[in-house]
Design a protein around this ligand. Structure first.
Ligand code: SF4
Length: 121
């Protein structure tokens, strides 16, 4: 299962993925998708055919990122989100991990609900 998710999710959706590096620690996005698959949720890792407005971003951060092993120190997306604007100006924000991006797609497409995530964390 782990190798399958690495290929389908991390390799296709995550800008931080390093194919030749064996990761000891999985991010919470990976863990949530692994649990959804184990629970029988029908997920195909197709690329979304539209751009998302990240309307679910705050909810997903509160439900999932706060328990991620990378949340405290190692997630550039979260560090930027929690930082005040630089000299009052917004700077370009780093992207979230591929799990976050793909779960946003599943939520906005109504394939899963935010409670599906809350209930398996
Ligand atoms: S966006 Fe960052 S904190 Fe949230 S699940 Fe991904 S790696 Fe973890």
């Amino acid at each position: 299962m782990n190798q399958y998710i690495r290929e389908k999710l991390c390799n296709n959706f995550c800008s931080y993925f390093k194919p030749l590096q064996k990761e000891d620690l999985a991010c919470e996005g990976f863990i949530v998708l692994e649990r959804l698959l184990r629970n029988g949720t029908n997920i195909t890792f197709d690329r979304p055919d539209k751009l998302y407005d990240y309307g679910m971003q705050k909810m997903l951060t509160q439900a999932m990122c706060v328990v991620c092993p990378f949340y405290a120190n190692d997630c550039d997306f979260i560090l930027a989100a929690l930082s005040p604007p630089f000299n009052g100006k917004e700077i370009k924000k780093p992207s979230p991990c591929g799990g976050f991006i793909f779960l946003t797609h599943l939520l906005e497409s109504n394939i899963i609900k935010i409670d599906d995530i809350r209930n398996i964390i």
